[in-house]
Design a protein around this ligand. Structure first.
Ligand SMILES: Nc1ncnc2c1ncn2[C@@H]1O[C@H](COP(=O)(O)OP(=O)(O)OP(=O)(O)O)[C@@H](O)[C@H]1O
Length: 340
């Protein structure tokens, strides 16, 4: 288990990590999310004693990192895939780490095999592609067979086969009861891998909850209906006290807070033909955008138009947020009000 209490890091006037308190528990994959500059890497560096906190503490299985007798046997981490010594072979990079942590040499060949690098074990790592470096960094993290593993952007540079491999690896390690903490900007991948989420924005904790709860609480779920008798359907819905939003771009209606079964039966009672009746499940990406819209530090503007008002469909107070996506807090309330 990893435990953070009041963890804070200031760089001059900049507060990168702001009183973070949370626990990363064993047996599940915990995703670590936040917009660019939110403080994820700084937090992970403090977990590994690579940066000193301004205040607060991190405990790894109850101890400070520097009090762990052989740290690699407790916690393995991939932070920077390019951090290996480029002039050494993959094998020798791992051997040095093994020797300084009293790990038997036989483990080096084992982890190289596990990450699929046996064929290039004797090659210097400076010639490795980003994907190969990621695999070597993962091999280093696994070297001490630790109970806790931390990966910063582990799928960066991996091809689809590599992405699938790391996903299954993390899930497998978690199912063995290990603690797995992983950051990624790839929301679709995170949605497939993590069971629990820690979300931060501008160094502060925004969410600490299951993946399912996070998506449920931060997104709008609705039913999409398409009918050649749309106006008639709208009248029927209106008579039944159900609000429907017309979406001219797709020629559909969107209905909040009513089950698709109820809508289908209502249409059937009035002999209205439906071409589509589909409950829309929100994605992690949508939920993440909604929650962090107000903590995004770096906004892109259209080329040549810095500072221009938000484009059509974007929020007035935040050009990175679509106008129909309420800010955090307001969004939650709107969803709840619509659904109750
Ligand atoms: N050594 C440093 N000196 C000064 N400021 C720093 C330093 N390291 C990080 N920062 C600042 O702290 C903030 C958090 O940075 P950090 O790299 O932890 O964010 P992040 O969530 O990992 O971002 P990204 O997703 O872009 O990798 C940023 O504003 C960054 O500029």
């Amino acid at each position: 288990m990893i435990e953070l209490e009041g963890l804070t890091k200031r760089f001059g006037a900049k507060t990168a990590v702001d009183h973070l308190s949370f626990q990363v528990r064993p047996g599940v994959v915990t995703g670590f999310l936040g917009p660019n500059g939110a403080g994820k890497s700084t937090t992970m560096r403090m977990m590994l004693d690579l940066d000193n906190p301004t205040s607060g503490t991190v405990r790894i299985d109850g101890k400070h990192y520097r009090d762990l007798p052989e740290p690699l046997k407790h916690i393995g981490a991939l932070l920077d895939a390019k951090a290996m010594h480029g002039g050494r072979s993959a094998y020798n990079n791992l051997l040095c780490l093994a020797q300084s942590n009293r790990i038997p040499e036989s483990r080096v060949a084992e982890v190289l095999d596990l990450v699929g690098l046996t064929a290039v074990a004797k090659k210097k790592s400076k010639g490795f592609s980003l994907g190969m470096c990621q695999r070597l960094g993962i091999a280093a993290a696994l070297l001490g067979d630790p109970e806790i593993l931390m990966f910063d952007e582990p799928v960066n540079g991996l091809d689809p086969e590599g992405i699938l491999w790391i996903r299954n690896l993390m899930k497998g390690l978690a199912s063995e009861g290990r603690t797995i903490f992983v950051s990624s900007h790839l929301m679709s991948e995170m949605a497939l891998t993590a069971d629990h989420l820690i979300v931060i924005g501008q160094g502060k904790l925004l969410a600490d909850m299951s993946m399912a709860d996070f998506i449920h609480e931060n997104s709008r779920s609705y039913v999409r209906v398409r009918s050649p008798q749309q106006e008639r359907l709208k009248d029927v819905l209106h008579e039944a006290g159900i609000d429907a939003i017309s979406v001219p771009a797709t020629g559909t209606l969107e209905i909040d807070g009513v089950a698709s079964e109820q809508l289908g039966e209502l249409a059937a009672q009035h002999q209205i033909v439906l071409h589509e009746l589909s409950p829309q499940r929100a994605s992690l990406e949508e939920a993440f955008m909604r929650m962090t819209a107000d903590s995004v530090e770096y906004h892109a503007h259209a080329p040549g138009s810095p500072g221009l008002p938000p484009g059509p469909g974007m929020a007035a107070d935040n050009p990175a947020r679509p106008a129909d996506v309420p800010a955090w807090g307001a969004g939650y309330e709107a969803t709840r009000k619509g659904g109750e």
